[in-house]
Design a protein. Structure first.
Length: 230
């Protein structure tokens, strides 16, 4: 790790901070769930973070989110390096998977943040964060198209900047090329709905949807739990 990355790592250590300059990698586990199972899944993920994730070398922090319509739970975990994440996957994922077998399997991948907008914006996630989280989930039809998808994404993000209610937004790309996920913070559900009624990024969004299937949900997410490393 070079001197700059060492300094950044020290600055962000022990916080779940979302910013393209944060030298961490992000595991995003997206669980579809029935509304009556949502709280049970949240509880089990919190238990696993406290007893399994937190004990792993390279664990930085984690946050559990639940959608307000009850249909999704998202676990967002930051690791110091891809090597740390892969060690966790090899050693602990079978155990966690067996403990979560009563729920639908998640879409789990490793990501890096490639856009933050505003460019200097930084989001420190906690249960007390004001606002609601939007996960924009895009599944690439062909992973080789990810570079073209990301170019369209950059245009879309530039156009959404300054929209009423948008605090900050951070697009993640998966290392395997299969996914892109936006993590956006909105001040209110009403502002988010108003933006989607007349989206300013309609043209690049057409290209994004040509290249990827978009799991579009009007429901936003609440942060229900966060845990840093000791």
């Amino acid at each position: 790790m070079n001197v700059l990355n060492q300094t950044l790592a020290s600055t962000f250590e022990l916080m779940l901070t979302v910013n393209k300059n944060n030298p961490v990698v992000a595991e995003i586990d997206i669980f579809p769930v029935e509304a009556e199972q949502q709280q049970s899944l949240v509880d089990k993920l919190i238990e696993d973070i406290k007893t399994v994730f937190k004990q792993q070398p390279g664990f930085v922090a984690a946050a559990v989110h639940r959608s307000r319509d009850g249909q999704r739970v998202v676990n967002y975990v930051q690791w110091k390096s891809q090597k740390d994440y892969e060690s966790y996957v090899n050693d602990e994922v079978p155990l966690i998977s067996s403990r979560l077998c009563a729920f639908p399997a998640p879409n789990s991948r490793l990501y890096e943040i490639f856009i933050s907008e505003p460019s200097d914006s930084e989001m420190t996630i906690s249960k007390n964060t004001d606002g609601l989280i939007n996960f924009g989930i895009f599944k690439l039809r062909n992973p080789q198209d990810q570079p073209s998808f990301l170019e369209a994404t950059k245009k879309a993000v530039q156009l959404v900047t300054g929209q009423p209610g948008l605090v900050t937004t951070h697009f993640h790309r998966s290392f395997d090329g299969a996914m892109a996920v936006n993590y956006g913070l909105w001040s209110s559900h009403e502002d988010y709905v108003a933006m989607n009624a007349n989206p300013p990024f309609a043209e690049p969004l057409l290209e994004m949807r040509r290249l990827a299937d978009n799991e579009f949900q009007m429901s936003l997410h609440e942060i229900v739990f966060t845990e840093p490393a000791d």
